[in-house]
Write a protein that binds this ligand. Structure first.
Ligand SMILES: NC(=O)c1ccc[n+]([C@@H]2O[C@H](COP(=O)([O-])OP(=O)(O)OC[C@H]3O[C@@H](n4cnc5c(N)ncnc54)[C@H](O)[C@@H]3O)[C@@H](O)[C@H]2O)c1
Length: 438
């Protein structure tokens, strides 16, 4: 493929060197003539293992050259990658001036050619940027229409400096957010020899995945550092702790607990976190990330209350009361908090949770229910039909099998507040449906 790469910094240089090495015809573009001259002389403008050699070889066999003239590059390419910088403004917002500028230049050049061309954004930009900031510039400058005359994709870069070439050839996946299939297919063709799955999404999803990845990496580093600081204070080897911690690929290093939903609760997580934070305070240890967890969890619990308030309805049924399905344990269940708050605000509540109803009659939780939450206990009803008949608003608090089966048939009658993320095959997601954080 004939490829133009705009911006010959870390991302642009590595992409240019590797794609030319793959046999594509690559032309790099940069406003910095020094970088352009270096590439044309077969030298790398960046320090990065392996890039020097790849550039020298690609330039020698005529697969790679560079220019400062955008139009020259676009005209001789089927696909343009935008790899210019997106630094921070003083207030933290994204400085899009380089992206705007380069989109304007590509757009002008597109106006001068008839061939179908795809513009793929590798620079890191926030969700919505391509649709709201880049496509309008491309369309205005070219006088052409996206999806008709040219295509657009988001193709975020996940390389790490210092291992960028290896990351290029062995990424976890190649991510393509596509305007349409035609755009995506062209970008995918570039990566046909890369040993990684190609994941196609819509454009905002791809833009967001890049931010989720980097935010999670930052969170992981900070988490490990704060755990390290705690371990040091209490005389435990932090590296041994994290080594063993990482051996658990079921719950620790895994997709577990990474699904957006309602607040956490139960008999362990809140209590154990509180104990750890208390000990940290005793040790005069500041752990801002860990200290922020309870507050974040409280805010998530409040979102459930606010969702109900916004419906303007009074007759509310909560499906599920324990902190997760399959248990009768009510200790620190966020659904108990939700029920108590709504009750306090005068809502007419009914609650269905078969496990808890049973536990009210017998079992170890009988005493807890009678002594600690008698006011909630009296709202429990063992008949799902009666609880449904009562409701204007249904809160799906737990993934109870009998409830999800029934919701398929009764949907449409109620406003549904979903705290568990029911699947599209479990519920119709119409205007009466509200997901807590989706
Ligand atoms: N550096 C990384 O490890 C990395 C990894 C993944 C994603 N990213 C993202 O990729 C983007 C590029 O990052 P980088 O580190 O390569 O940036 P960089 O600052 O190293 O390079 C950007 C290049 O763009 C050039 N440029 C500016 N305006 C231009 C224009 N109108 N036409 C042509 N060239 C122009 C600059 O001269 C510079 O050479 C950013 O959005 C960044 O967040 C970076």
């Amino acid at each position: 493929m004939r490829i133009a790469i705009f911006g010959l910094g870390y991302v642009g240089c590595v992409s240019a060197a590797c794609l030319a090495n793959e046999g594509h015809q690559v032309i790099g573009v940069d406003v910095n003539s020094l970088k352009v001259d270096m590439i044309n002389a077969g030298k790398s403008p960046i320090i990065e293992a392996g890039v020097d050699k790849l550039i020298a070889e690609a330039v020698a066999v005529g697969k790679l050259r560079a220019t400062t003239v955008a139009a020259e590059a676009v005209v001789s390419a089927d696909l343009s990658f935008i790899c210019v910088g997106t630094p921070s403004n003083e207030n933290g917002s994204l400085d899009l001036q380089y992206v705007h500028h380069v989109a304007g230049e590509i757009g002008q050049a597109l106006g001068q050619q008839e061939n179908y061309h795809v513009v793929a954004v590798r620079s890191t930009v926030l969700p919505g940027t391509i649709a709201k900031e880049i496509i309008p510039v491309l369309e205005e400058a070219s006088g052409r229409r996206v999806g008709v005359d040219f295509g657009v994709c988001s193709n975020p870069e996940f390389l790490r400096e210092s291992s960028a070439v290896a990351d290029f050839y062995q990424p976890a996946f190649t991510l393509i957010g596509q305007w349409d299939e035609r755009s995506g297919d062209r970008v995918a063709a570039v990566y046909q020899n890369t040993d990684a799955p190609i994941v196609c999404t819509d454009i905002p999803t791809a833009e967001m995945i890049k931010y989720v990845s980097n935010t999670f990496h930052a969170l992981k580093i900070t988490f490990a550092n704060e755990i390290g600081n705690f371990c040091k204070k209490v005389g435990v080897d932090s590296h041994e702790v994290m080594r063993v911690f990482c051996m658990d690929t079921k719950l620790n290093i895994s997709p577990a607990y990474l699904k957006p939903g309602y607040a956490f609760g139960g008999s362990c997580l809140p209590k154990d976190l509180r104990a750890l934070l208390h000990r940290a305070r005793q040790e005069d240890l500041d752990l801002p990330v860990l200290q922020a967890i309870p507050r974040s969890n409280e805010l998530q619990a409040k979102l459930g209350v606010e969702a109900v308030l916004r419906t303007g309805k009074k007759r509310i049924s909560i499906l599920g009361l324990s902190f997760k399905a399959g248990t009768d344990d009510l200790r620190e269940s966020p659904l108990v908090y939700l029920a108590e708050t709504l009750l306090g605000k005068g809502y007419d509540l009914m609650i269905y949770d078969q496990n808890v109803s049973l536990a009210r009659l017998t079992g170890a939780n009988k005493q807890y229910i009678e002594k600690v939450i008698p006011h909630i206990s009296s709202l429990l009803c063992p008949s799902l039909d009666d609880v449904l008949a009562h409701a204007e608003v249904l809160i799906v608090g737990n993934r109870l099998p009998e409830v999800t089966e029934l919701l398929k048939r009764t949907h449409g009658k109620y406003i549904i507040i979903d705290l568990v993320h029911l699947g599209d095959n479990q519920i119709e997601k119409n205007q009466n449906y509200l997901g807590i954080c989706w």
